[in-house]
Design a protein around this ligand. Structure first.
Ligand SMILES: [Zn+2]
Length: 274
């Protein structure tokens, strides 16, 4: 058995990791790999009625519960939600995280995105990628001898260009697990996000009914991803399976970290060639 791989997901908010990459995280855990999810902010602005430390505590507990669904560690940092900037301090914190966790694969936001916190994370990870190998930078943490592969999580943005997937993944059989993870974020999927979409009146009160409501909403989201990347799914899985995939995730490899060469593709995405 080869050594387990190490997947680190760096998102801006508690829920970004599983919302964008819940399928890949689930696959990695089921293969016995280590998965750590980090929210670079505390999420303490993500609500219309709560805020500050009380909300940060609630979201830390929700994130831990979501990670526990798949047996992944999930931590939230103390940076203020909505105020994240790609500072040198944040870059050094990310370099330290990369050097201590030693990931084989890192997932993060693209540097262009609707949310300023997402943009800050994307920029900081890009800026940290090469620096993790430089001994003079943050000498207290031993360097990585090579960059991990860094991949951008799927999004729908088109400017300056739409995500160009290097890897597309069928996550259909892991869909219920992803919904279970999302449902842990009660403050988000049943309170704040419906309010923000002016749809708070639509949230069912009964827990089972409200999970079904969330499931339908997220099914629509992941199904449109499968439709969007249908040609790449057919290329990856062949026409018979590729045509029928219901839910998919797609990832673009950052050109500023390790390349996804043949060896790395086989190592990190072995389940695609099974
Ligand atoms: Zn977010």
């Amino acid at each position: 058995m080869p050594d387990p791989l190490r997947l680190l997901i760096l998102g801006a908010h508690p829920d970004d990791a599983e919302y964008h990459a819940g399928g890949l995280a689930t696959i990695y855990r089921r293969l016995g790999h280590a998965v750590k999810m980090v929210s670079l902010t505390s999420g303490d602005a993500g609500h219309h009625e709560m805020r500050g430390p009380e909300l940060a505590d609630r979201r830390r507990r929700e994130a831990a519960a979501a990670g526990a669904v798949i047996g992944a560690e999930y931590v939230t940092w103390d940076n203020a939600d909505g105020f994240l900037q790609p500072t040198i301090e944040l870059r050094l914190a990310v370099i330290g995280e990369l050097r201590r966790f030693r990931p084989d694969l890192v997932l993060t936001h693209r540097p262009d995105d609707y949310h300023p916190d997402h943009r800050a994370v994307g920029n900081v990870v890009r800026d940290a990628s090469y620096m993790v190998t430089v001994p003079a930078i943050l000498p207290s943490e031993p360097i990585l001898r090579r960059d991990p592969v860094v991949a951008y999580m799927p999004d729908r943005f088109t400017k300056p260009y739409p995500l160009q997937p290097d890897v597309v993944i069928d996550v259909t059989e892991h869909f219920e697990t992803i919904v279970d993870m999302l449902a842990c974020h009660e403050s988000q999927f049943f309170e704040w996000l419906p309010f923000n979409r002016r749809a708070e009146g639509q949230v069912p009160r009964d827990p089972a009914v409200r999970r079904a409501w969330l499931r339908a909403w997220y099914a629509n989201h992941l199904h449109s991803a499968a439709e969007r990347w249908r040609p790449q799914l057919i290329e990856t899985y062949g026409p018979q399976r590729g045509e029928q995939i219901e839910f998919a995730e797609a990832y673009e490899i950052s050109e500023y970290a390790a390349p996804l060469d043949g060896e790395a593709r086989t190592r990190l995405f072995s389940f695609l060639s099974g």
